[in-house]
Design a protein around this ligand. Sequence first.
Ligand SMILES: Cc1cc2nc3c(=O)[nH]c(=O)nc-3n(C[C@H](O)[C@H](O)[C@H](O)COP(=O)(O)O)c2cc1C
Ligand code: SF4
Length: 235
Amino acid sequence: MRHGTADDRVGIGLAVTERGDKGLGVGHQFAAAGGRDDDAAVVLGDEIFGKPAGVEDCVAVCRALEQEGVTAVVLSGGLVSHSAFHLLRGARPLRSMIAVEKSPLQKLALMLFGPLFVPIVPYQPTFFLPLARQVRAAVKIPLVYLGGATSLAELEALHATEGFELVAMGRALLREPDLLRRYARGEARTSRCNHCNECVAEMDREGGLACSEEPGQLERRAREVADKKHLAVCR
Ligand SMILES: Cc1cc2nc3c(=O)[nH]c(=O)nc-3n(C[C@H](O)[C@H](O)[C@H](O)COP(=O)(O)O)c2cc1C
Ligand code: SF4
């Protein structure tokens, strides 16, 4: 199964807008963007129409995708029209964001206006569930839940009670890549991710993404940078 990219999202948005929200041609537009109708998992954000979209727009697109035979949809919360942390929730690592910002102008803007333009959005477990439920109720197409799913109990409830076929996990697996194996072996029931969101800034450091709370990951990244191994990954 292939994940749609941000470019695919633009293609889908255009197709739906041009066809008067009927959704006709959505799958074909997706295919033109490089996917295949029969193995596509499409990622939906909140800018699918080229403008901020609500959950009702998301439902309309999901219905269209269902009709077109798309295999599954990954529900997401977009990014651009909301604050940066709408999609993440939790702490705002402004100091680190300023430290890693390369553009002097952006750095200054972040220092002066960061607290204003990057508001803190408190973390709640499975924070997109109220919205995702509305999509679940509207379509039968397999849906991938995303957003604040971390503990074993949450994963079980999302599948068994809420009816999502799959769950996508971001930060919990970044912090503990072996988390699901530990759940399966009964060695853990919750994630150690504390939603500090420092990993957002870590992405821009040399060597790339790492969990700032895991010294082992930071040490490995430092070793890779010293050995120039990270360059091989970037190429
Ligand atoms: C370091 C980092 C980078 C991310 N980059 C993107 C991105 O480029 N595009 C995107 O749509 N979401 C991005 N996300 C958001 C995740 O896809 C996901 O929506 C978010 O982390 C919430 O899921 P979680 O609670 O399981 O972490 C990123 C998240 C993290 C932590
Ligand atoms: S830096 Fe680590 S602990 Fe903090 S949010 Fe990212 S994955 Fe979670």
